[in-house]
Design a binder for this molecule. Structure first.
Ligand SMILES: *Cc1c(COP(=O)(O)O)cnc(C)c1O
Length: 835
């Protein structure tokens, strides 16, 4: 290999240029070799795949660099509105393969590495996953970044550079063990630190009033602590365009001049401790998916990243010479759930205290700039902060929130005279029990647009959680059904299907997912169906191999792959799935000749480390797997596997291998779901309740191609109003009782009758998510699944229809709706002038 070609000084400039930007295999190979030598300092003979990964990543980043700079420049020059997507989580998944796809560099990279004796797939697997999110909400933010860039919308993602992302899950003796996620330990070749882009963020202390030079009364915040936020930028390259947007993540650092005051008084160690305390702000992602937890550090994280982001927007306005009065013409700021909603009060503070605007002007700008996306209906997940804690941490913001509230409640009283119950319900300050600041109310009052994430969810929002706000401002509400990116979750995740689609339809489906409709013309072609099945079979083989290496469980790709992967939560009802498995298990034990098609039940998902019942559910899945997989009386019909550490990387193996997608949440509890869309995209059929986006999936695919069961959201609400008694459902179902008794008896725990008792008692005593009420309908529906599966040609037709009709669930469609209806945002063509 003559690749390390030292050149003459004359040739160096030309080679230097291709080394950085050339898109052919030879130039890329040269770039890799160059980085191996000059950026990593590795002898080629000793380079491991991990070294090649870093070298290739750096070479690919070089190829993004001109597009990235040109994009930033174009937005600045053209003075166009920018969408700022504020999210405490971005569950990005590995970058390398995605960037190769979006740049059209996959084949060049494969060739360049092959010439170096390396295999691209092995190199891709070396990338640590940037797991800066818990689940659906963070993954949505990542899909939206991909669509924004692909559709050439001017946009920035703002978030937190957690040093430790979501924990890595190991399974030991069936239990979940959490390991810290040291994703940065070998450095991160994708990010560029921008130490000159930094802002100070105050914390704690008190406020005082003073008179300014003009004699006007103003407020000054005298903080207890100041932390510095440093920008780290990651390029977000669009697919097939030159647009390369920025994800700007903030990292906390101590402000020496502030904390080191203690040093002057001789207490060096106290000063160092204070420095460490500052830097803990961005140390770790909170691993709780749904229930809000009122931790001070969490509030610090939220305020920290929001303040840095808003200060950054103001600085960019200043650089462009645009007066701050025009803030809302230049920025659309979207709140991904209430996590960044302190931004409403922070922008008011910045505009009033620092930019000296008057209240009314500042308020008009704030409301015009912000939009709020709600992600949950679970009352326990609605974020609130105890008032004393909030005052101690953010004293100035509390004053501002009181003033927003005073003016807001005057408006409510004027509209609904004498209705003090309504005033108490709508107040930004909750007075039930200890006083709290209600972040969903702050977000709603401070935003011109409020949206839910699926049609049913928006409906329920308007009629329950935010009903009073809807009555006051119906025009602020709209629905924006979630979507997923077909680039990562079809093109990258399912190369076999991608090739078939390209061959059959051409490649426009990648940027217009509704083009998949044209697949319907091929459904009646037996040769096409058989190709389809072969691809699915290969995907199942690939997943079975992965599961075998991870867990030792061997699965047969000819079996029905029945998959539930998502965070473990009672409302998502992994235990309902288990009750069905155990029903089949009992039936088979009683009648070994029972004619049921063989099924592999596959689970994956993390439980919040402090979520007692969710962790027991994982243990039960593994205990049932252990018993069933080892029992020759049933293991030729049933197998169960738990895939450890569900994350974006293994999601890309799992979704394409599914025959059946389990979307069985209690109706009215899942806001949208996006896992359901990723399964559909890859041709899985859904068994599900009428919840979240399942409703719209069923509309698209047709009733006859969707396995529907269970109570509706209305029925759930009515049952709970009437006083739901789970015992009523037990008495009428001997089989259900027998299954629960079996779990409680210790049958799956070597006779230990304690370990699963809390789970069984939860179901028999209260059953807050109506598992027992839906059990019979679920089991009956699974019998319809089994019968459909026994006709492979019919099943394949339904599978193809699912992929054909998933166009609505592209994140491109969702982003166009946000841009048109909430942000007033136009695409901006970027031309990078790259040969
Ligand atoms: C899509 C996705 C989720 C969300 O799944 P739901 O089924 O919608 O809850 C969570 N985690 C990962 C890694 C995902 O890719």
């Amino acid at each position: 290999m003559k690749t390390n070609t030292p050149t003459t000084s004359q040739g160096a400039a030309a080679v230097g240029a291709t080394v950085r930007v050339g898109l052919d295999p030879a130039a890329l190979q040269q770039g890799i070799v160059d980085h191996l030598r000059y950026s990593i300092g590795q002898l080629p003979a000793l380079a491991t795949p991990a070294h090649y990964y870093r070298a290739l990543a750096l070479a690919v980043r070089d190829r993004l660099q001109d597009r990235w700079i040109r994009t930033t420049e174009t937005y600045f020059e053209q003075e166009r509105k920018l969408a700022c997507y504020l999210s405490a989580e971005f569950l990005l998944g590995p970058h390398l393969a995605n960037n190769l796809l979006n740049l059209g560099l996959e084949e060049a990279a494969r060739g360049a590495l092959a010439a170096l004796g390396q295999d691209l797939d092995t190199i891709i697997d070396c990338e640590p996953e940037p797991g800066l999110g818990n689940g659906g909400l963070g993954r949505l933010a990542a899909c939206y970044l991909d669509s924004l860039a692909t559709l050439a919308y001017p946009a920035v993602g703002y978030g937190i550079r957690y040093e430790f992302g979501i924990f890595a899950q190991q399974i030991r003796d069936g239990w979940q063990i959490e390991r810290t996620d040291k994703w940065l330990h070998a450095g991160n070749p994708w990010e560029i630190a921008k130490p000159d882009i930094c802002y100070e963020v105050n914390w704690g202390g008190h406020t005082e009033t003073y008179a300014d030079e003009a004699g006007l009364q103003r407020v000054r915040w005298v903080p207890f602590r100041v932390v510095k936020g440093l920008a780290y930028d990651t390029p977000i390259q669009g697919f097939g365009v030159d647009t390369c947007n920025t994800l700007r993540l903030w990292s906390a650092e101590a402000v020496e001049s502030f904390d080191f005051q203690a040093f002057n008084t001789g207490d060096y160690f106290e000063a160092v401790e204070a420095k460490l305390r500052s830097e803990t702000v961005t140390k770790v992602l909170y691993p709780n998916d749904e229930p809000a937890i009122g931790k001070r550090l969490r509030l610090a994280q939220q305020y920290f990243f929001v303040s840095c982001s808003l200060q950054d927007m103001l600085r960019i306005l200043d650089l462009a010479g645009v007066p701050v009065e025009r803030f809302a013409e230049r920025y659309a700021v979207q709140l991904n759930d209430t996590h960044p909603s302190i931004g409403v009060a922070e922008l008011m503070r910045l505009l009033i205290d620092e930019r000296h605007l008057d209240w009314d002007q500042a308020w008009a700008i704030t409301v015009a700039a912000f939009g709020y996306t709600n992600h949950t209906l679970l009352p326990e997940a609605l974020e609130t902060w105890s008032l004393p804690l909030f005052r101690e941490c953010l004293p100035r913001h509390l004053e501002i929130i009181f003033e927003i509230n005073r003016r807001f409640l005057d408006q409510v009283r004027a509209r609904f005279p004498g209705d003090e119950a309504r005033v108490a319900r709508m107040s930004l300050i909750g007075e039930v029990g200890d006083k709290q600041v209600r972040m969903a109310h702050l977000a709603s009052v401070g935003s011109h647009a409020i949206n839910g994430v699926a049609a049913l969810h928006t409906d329920l929002l308007e009629n329950s959680v935010l009903a009073d706000f809807h009555e006051l401002w119906p025009e602020r509400f709209s629905n924006k059904t979630n979507g997923v990116t077909p680039r990562r979750f079809l093109a990258l995740a399912n190369p076999g299907l991608r090739a078939l689609l390209d061959r059959t339809l051409g490649t426009d489906w990648l940027v217009d997912l509704t083009a998949l409709r044209r697949l319907e013309a091929h459904i009646e072609d037996p040769a096409f169906r058989s190709e389809w099945r072969a691809i699915k079979h290969a995907n199942k083989r690939r997943l079975a191999d992965y599961i075998a290496t991870q867990t030792g469980v061997e699965l047969d790709p000819n079996w029905l792959f029945d998959i539930q992967v998502k965070r473990i939560h009672e409302y998502k009802r992994q235990h309902l799935n288990l009750l069905h498995i155990l029903t089949l298990y009992r039936r088979l034990k009683a009648d070994p000749g029972l004619g049921i098609p063989p099924r592999a039940f596959i689970f994956g998902g993390k439980a919040a480390p402090g979520y007692f019942l969710a962790k027991r559910i994982i243990k039960l899945i593994n205990a049932v797997a252990g018993t069933i997989n080892a029992d020759p009386e049933v293991n030729e019909r049933l197998k169960v596997a738990f895939v450890p550490n569900f994350n974006v990387r293994n999601a890309e193996l799992i979704y394409p291998a599914a025959d059946l997608s389990e979307q069985i949440s209690t109706a009215g509890k899942e806001a949208s779901g996006t896992g359901n869309m990723k399964f559909m995209l890859n041709g899985a059929l859904t068994i599900g309740t009428l919840d979240g986006a399942n409703v719209e999936i069923r509309e698209q695919v047709g009733d006859e191609n969707f396995f529907l069961f269970g109570l509706t959201a209305d029925e759930v609400a009515r049952l709970q109003r009437q006083g739901y008694r789970s015992a009523d459902w037990l008495d009428s179902h001997a089989e259900l009782r027998a299954v629960l008794d079996m779990i409680g008896s210790g049958h799956f725990a070597s006779g230990d009758s304690e370990v699963f008792r809390p789970l069984v008692e939860n179901l028999t005593d209260s059953d807050p998510f109506l598992v027992l009420a839906d059990y019979a309908a679920y089991v009956a529906c699974q019998e319809r699944v089994a019968s459909a599966w026994s006709d492979p040609e019919r099943w394949t037709r339904m599978a193809i229809l699912n992929t054909a009709r998933c166009g609505r669930f592209s994140s491109d469609r969702a982003i166009r709706e946000y841009a048109d209806e909430i942000w007033g945002l136009q695409p901006v063509a970027v031309s990078a002038h790259i040969a």
